[in-house]
Design a protein around this ligand. Structure first.
Ligand code: WTA
Length: 648
């Protein structure tokens, strides 16, 4: 079987093998924006000055800051007194080369042509749409809800918000009406931007009905609709996105923002049942997005980056849109399913558009490992220079498959660790520096420090697993609060370790590099999507028949994890009908991404004397391990019963 790329002769080699691991080749070092291994030491000498220099050289400021970094733990400000507009940094400053492509949009239907949007065109659209928002009464500091699939209008809407200083709150289009509604209410949004639908696996998937339902009896006054699947929309409450845009004034003066002003909120799951609105500022986030795009992905004008994440997630915000735009590069986005009309679609897109940087999740890699390699081998992937992964730990086999089959054994695989809360990547190897080691994320980005500690915050010896924590000065891209919930900000992130940020991830050191082992709290990653077990438990609890419920993740060979629910009914026995009813309700409350793989009806859940459900025991039973800690249970007999039910 021929491994990797079709057109080997033309392809450059960006890695070399030395001592059993991969390093950047001379060619990679030559093209790398950062190839100096001493950068870490240099940055560590004065991290604040380091970031100040990067921010001053990398971004366009309206006014320089008075102080680079001010910290009153757990609050900190980067570039205090600095003034900036984010959309100017993403667009206006690239207008000297306005004919460069900012965005390539690949629609799912193969009979529709991809669309290229130049920086000049993006500028025109963003200015006009910013004026539309203004005429709708949106002001600096207002929250605008965006519920859009992967269409160019998503970028236009987000950048238009940034232009006028409005705060966007993007909601994943596969989330349910209930989930959207909660986020609209949280932000008190007056405007909701959505589409009539989108194409998924060959069919138009309606979206507007969900949006309408979500906006009922909320603060939303206007729903701006992108016409994608040709549904007629009428009524005084609605506005057609592109028609309104065409009629708007051509120029909108950018609102001058403080570096510390919020740019966006993005709701994410934590340990409790209610998602929290992570707040990101403007200047700090901008430099994190810019610099990581420069150094991790080596983005320069002319490079095409395809980040496959949906804009509803942080990865979509930072690397499908903002990182490529800030660096003046080209972002490719794709509307549809990865295997439509066949499993060659993604690889054909890479070939057709000469994608240079490809960034995806391990779950996608595992999915393609299962398909016939002919779907990959028939395409020329020689344009790729850098591969990236994000979202969950990647196992060695998947890493090697990705390296060989997609990268043709020529390209570094950059395993980036980060979170919604961190705004941009924080831990990974830089392509110009290396080494590239399967399953290892790497080092903290220059100018940042992470430590691996025990539960008291004491450093762990090399090789021993502990909690991953970040030390001051905190990364410029870090969250600046939890929307309308300051207590949660302090309690969730800053209370577990003294003067450190708690990532809620486990990790250990391998040869000075960080290997991430996964979440230490009740957050799951299901096909790359971040979900809390508590959210699912709340949804299942809505059903009056349910007395008690526990949800735990079970390992899955493609999705990484799937949620499994254990339900105790108030009376009577469970049935397939009830199982389906509960699953449907999860779809309604959160979205189909959260649907439990299986619901077990049990008589009792293992609990401690204080009534705490021992999810750890349920997890062990699911993977057929011997559960530990049975001594602490008030009802050890429940374990045998559950074991029998699972085995059945
Ligand atoms: C996990 C996604 C291992 C981690 C950007 C983190 C990873 C959570 C990696 C955040 C990686 C992310 N290796 N685990 N390279 N990257 N994670 O907020 O558990 O959707 O806490 O942000 O994903 O998920 P979120």
């Amino acid at each position: 079987m021929s491994m990797g790329i079709k057109n080997k002769s033309k392809a450059k080699k960006y890695v070399v093998k030395k001592g059993g691991v991969f390093w950047p080749s001379p060619e990679m070092k030559k093209i790398a924006n950062m190839a100096d291994p001493k950068i870490y030491e240099k940055a560590a000498k004065n991290p604040i000055k380091f970031w100040e220099d990067l921010a001053w050289n990398g971004l366009t400021w309206e006014k320089k800051w008075d102080k680079g970094y001010v910290e009153h733990f757990p609050y900190f400000e980067w570039f205090k007194g600095g003034q900036i507009n984010f959309s100017v940094n993403c667009i206006d400053r690239h207008l000297d080369h306005g004919d460069r492509t900012a965005l390539i949009w690949v629609p799912e239907p193969t009979n529709e042509k991809p669309i290229k949007v130049t920086y000049r065109e993006l500028y025109d659209k963003v200015n006009k749409f910013a004026n539309v928002l203004k005429s709708e009464g949106v002001k600096k500091g207002d929250v605008v809800s965006i519920y859009l699939p992967m269409v160019p209008e998503a970028a236009v809407a987000m950048l238009a918000c940034a232009r006028i200083g409005a705060i966007h709150s993007v909601v994943f289009s596969a989330f349910s009406a209930d989930a959207l509604r909660a986020r609209i209410i949280g932000g008190e949004a007056k405007i909701l931007i959505t589409s009539d639908g989108y194409f998924r696996r060959g069919k138009p998937e309606p979206l507007l009905a969900k949006a309408k339902k979500a906006a009922k009896r909320t603060t939303v006054k206007r729903i701006i609709v992108v016409n994608r699947i040709g549904k007629r929309v009428w009524g005084r409450r609605y506005l057609d996105f592109n028609k309104a845009l065409e009629k708007a004034e051509a120029y909108c003066e950018p609102e001058i923002m403080k570096s510390e002003d919020p740019l966006f909120i993005l709701y994410t799951s934590g340990t409790t049942g209610k998602p929290k609105g992570v707040v990101h500022d403007t200047g700090g986030y901008a430099i994190q997005a810019y610099q990581t795009s420069k150094w991790n992905f080596n983005l320069n004008p002319g490079d095409v980056m395809w980040c496959t994440a949906d804009v509803g997630w942080i990865t979509g915000h930072t690397y499908a849109f903002y990182g490529p735009f800030l660096t003046g590069a080209t972002s490719l986005i794709y509307e549809g399913g990865p295997d439509y009309p066949n499993s060659g679609r993604w690889w054909k897109i890479i070939q057709d558009h000469d994608v240079n940087v490809f960034y995806t999740a391990p779950t996608a890699v595992r999915m393609f490992m299962k398909v016939d390699p002919k779907w990959i081998n028939q395409y020329d992937l020689s344009s790729i220079k850098i591969l990236g992964t994000v979202g969950e730990p990647i196992d060695k086999e998947s890493w090697m498959w990705y390296f060989r089959m997609i990268g043709g054994s020529r390209c570094p695989v950059i395993d980036t660790w980060w979170q919604t809360e961190t705004g941009g990547t924080l831990i990974n190897v830089l392509p110009g520096i290396g080494p590239f080691v399967p399953t290892v994320s790497g080092r903290s980005f220059p100018g940042l420090t992470h430590v691996i500690v025990d539960d008291k915050g004491k450093p762990m010896p090399t090789g021993r697993q502990g909690f991953l924590a970040q030390k001051s000065p905190f990364a410029p891209g870090m969250l600046h609060g939890v929307w309308k919930n300051p207590e949660k900000y302090v309690k969730t992130y800053w209370s577990n370790f003294k003067n450190m940020y708690d990532t809620s991830d486990g990790a250990y050191l391998v040869n000075g590099l960080i290997r991430i082992t996964g979440r230490t709290d009740d957050v799951m990653k299901v096909a790359g999507h971040r979900l809390a077990t508590a959210e699912l438990e709340n949804a299942i609890h809505d059903n009056k028949k349910v007395g008690d419920v526990a949800v735990v993740p079970m390992p899955h060979d493609v999705k990484g994890q799937v949620p499994i629910a254990f339900v105790v009914l108030k009376k009577g026995d469970g049935s397939e009908k009830l199982e389906n009813e509960l699953k449907k309700h999860v779809d309604k409350k959160i979205g189909p991404t959260a649907r439990p793989g299986k619901i077990f009806f049990v008589k009792d859940l293992p609990k401690t004397r204080s009534g705490k459900i021992m999810r750890r025991i349920l997890k062990a039973l699911l993977v057929k391990e011997k559960p530990e800690g049975l001594m602490t249970l008030v009802n050890p007999e429940s374990v045998e019963e559950i074991k029998t039910i699972i085995e059945r």
